[in-house]
Write a new protein. Structure first.
Length: 385
């Protein structure tokens, strides 16, 4: 039977991963931003303004990191607009445009800190509850996850169960884990000819570890595989160079061992990666996530749409369809309402399932079965029977 599982932050919470309201303090207090006093003053002021907007006290306000990131973008836009009132060029002194560039930089650093926070947190995660869930997964199941962590993949690997991301790794077979917003073990690298990518070759001896600026040691980049690269039909048939377009410039790479060292950490970058431009394989924060800049995202979302269209059973676990998931609600609703027949079964597992019933009815059509409990309290054998 075709089953689809939609996972949100509430699913990973059972392994002590942070929710969106917990990420704000972790990101601002992380390695990158905690010593930047100007950034901290700006963030503190922004949080106070948001708390007043929400009608609550700043001290007890649980700040959603998505909201913080959204409002930071509005701060940046206001500064750029105010440049119209300044009678000097953008770069002439401490202009509003310069301040906007600073905010843009802080937003980017928040995304990098997000990667670090999630990576650090998942290293000590207890996978017991996750394994209770993955133990029930079969090779025909599709897991649609909006989480950046690799808890599901790790649990499946520990259980010796094959899995794939529905990209160039489909040959692995097993459960398909669709990372809708990217993954902590993904990175984007600018396109290079295969002959220039010798740093991805498995070293055959200790001497072969000498790359670029120094010795990489055992954490050589052998553990990365290309997950997606767009090919141009005209180039393949007639030769020449790919067009100078964003989707041709970047390729998606993933760590084949999701337990390996964090690919975003500096010690990996110094192992001969400095000659390649790179980006995080994450869609970022805020209500608008530029997924068109993430290679492979179109294939991931199309696979998810097809899975939802064909699913006999749909389980939504810890995903609340928040205002910051408008793209998901819009497009999932279109697919589900266009089905000739509804799924035989739709189940929502969330502590706030009852309060969210109306939202889920709008997306899924028929009122789903509501299970107002946390994921760790679920007997998956009974629910998935």
């Amino acid at each position: 039977m075709s089953r689809v599982f939609i996972l949100g932050a509430g699913f990973s919470k059972q392994a002590d991963m942070p929710l969106a309201t917990e990420l704000t303090s972790l990101i601002l207090g992380g390695r990158i931003l905690r010593n930047d006093q100007e950034a901290q003053r700006w963030a503190a002021d922004l949080k106070k303004r948001i708390a007043k907007l929400e009608g609550t006290g700043a001290a007890d306000f649980a700040q959603n990191v998505e909201q913080l990131f959204d409002c930071a973008a509005f701060d940046e836009e206001l500064c750029r607009m105010r440049q119209q009132l300044v009678r000097v060029a953008r770069s002439n002194g401490q202009t509003p445009w310069i301040q906007a560039d600073k905010i843009k930089g802080w937003r980017r650093l928040m995304e990098y800190e997000l990667a670090g926070v999630i990576w650090d947190r998942q290293q000590g995660a207890d996978l017991h509850c996750i394994r209770r869930f993955t133990d029930r997964l079969s090779g025909d199941d599709k897991v649609i996850t909006f989480n950046y962590d690799t808890l599901v993949e790790r649990a499946l690997s520990e259980q010796k169960k094959p899995w794939n991301h529905g990209l160039n790794d489909q040959g692995n077979g097993g459960t398909t884990v669709l990372k809708m917003h990217g993954s902590i073990h993904w990175m984007l690298l600018e396109r290079r000819k295969e002959s220039e990518l010798d740093i991805f070759v498995e070293p055959s001896s200790q001497e072969d570890l000498q790359v670029g600026e120094g010795v990489c040691g055992r954490r050589y980049v052998r553990s990365f595989v290309k997950l997606f690269s767009k090919e141009d039909l005209m180039v393949s048939e007639q030769g020449g160079e790919p067009p100078d377009e964003e989707e041709y410039r970047w390729e998606l790479w993933g760590a084949t061992d999701v337990l390996a060292g964090n690919p975003f950490m500096e010690e990996v970058y110094t192992c001969g990666w400095s000659n390649l431009e790179r980006r995080l394989g994450l869609a970022g924060l805020g209500s608008y996530k530029p997924l068109h800049k993430l290679p492979g995202s179109a294939k991931t979302w199309d696979t998810a749409f097809q899975a939802l269209n064909e699913a006999k059973e749909i389980y939504v676990i810890g995903f609340s369809m928040s205002p910051y998931d408008t793209m998901t609600r819009l497009h999932f609703s279109a697919v589900l309402h266009a089905r000739q027949k509804p799924p035989l079964k739709t189940v929502v597992v969330d502590p706030n399932a009852t309060a969210l019933a109306r939202d889920f009815h709008r997306v899924f059509g028929d009122t789903p079965e509501l299970v107002p409990r946390q994921a760790q309290d679920i007997d998956w054998g009974q629910v998935l029977a």
